[in-house]
Write a protein of this length. Structure first.
Lengths: 107, 113
């Protein structure tokens, strides 16, 4: 199956800072999703982004399917952005997840 | 409903006991997926359904795990004779079509003691 590599594994930010998270894929990207798992364990859909760029408030995502990567941008980070961010691609009839980026935003 | 509903939120079992988890997909969604999250960050696919039919069960440890999606009932995931390594959060997701956005429930945390 497809291999999903996320970087960095951990990120510590000061409130107000910007950051970029990355996902690399071993195979062509089909139907990519970004999730935020909050400290209570809930998985929240951020983006469904097979290709192109989307924006939602302070978050935006870009997927370059031909180059097998996707980026998640967090701007003006807030403490509520803390948690683990996962990318996952729908491949072989299931979602394959990366290992996540743990983001800690300090006040 | 408008969200994927999983019950119970937490389940504690002694080793060797049975555990049964439930999932009600979003109304109108034909596909249900079960994933196991272990070690905090690692997700493993278990099984998927298209309506009441098994679509893909390649991730299921078949000797102890079973799952069903019956009409007019929540889907279920059952673990017979639980082991310590079954301790994990079990997520259910649903989607309208087989390909497309998957919406996740809040998960069931299973602790096997």
């Amino acid at each position: 199956g497809i291999q999903v590599e996320q970087s960095p594994p951990d990120l510590i930010l000061q409130e107000g800072a910007n950051s970029t998270l990355r996902c690399n894929f071993s195979d062509s990207v089909n139907n990519l999703q970004w999730f935020h798992q909050n400290p209570w364990g809930q998985l929240i859909n951020l983006f469904y982004i097979p290709s192109g760029t989307k924006q939602n408030g302070r978050l935006s995502a870009t997927t370059v399917a031909t180059e097998r990567y996707s980026l998640l941008y967090i701007s003006s980070s807030q403490t509520t952005d803390s948690g683990v961010y996962f990318c996952a691609d729908f491949n072989d009839y299931k979602l394959s997840f990366g290992a996540g980026t743990t983001v800690t935003v300090r006040a | 409903g408008e969200e994927v509903a999983q019950t119970p939120k937490h389940l504690v079992r002694g080793e060797g006991q049975k555990a049964k988890l439930y999932c009600a997909p979003i109304k109108g969604h034909s596909y249900v997926f079960w994933y196991q999250q272990v070690l905090k960050n690692e997700f493993k696919f278990l099984i998927s359904f298209q309506n009441e039919n098994v679509f893909d069960e390649t991730g299921m440890p078949k000797e102890r795990f079973s799952a069903k999606c019956l009409p007019n009932s929540p889907c279920s995931l059952e673990i017979q004779a639980t082991k310590l390594e079954d301790s994990a959060v079990y997520f259910c997701a649903s989607s309208q079509g087989g390909i497309g956005i998957q919406y996740f429930g809040a998960g069931t945390r299973l602790s096997v003691l």
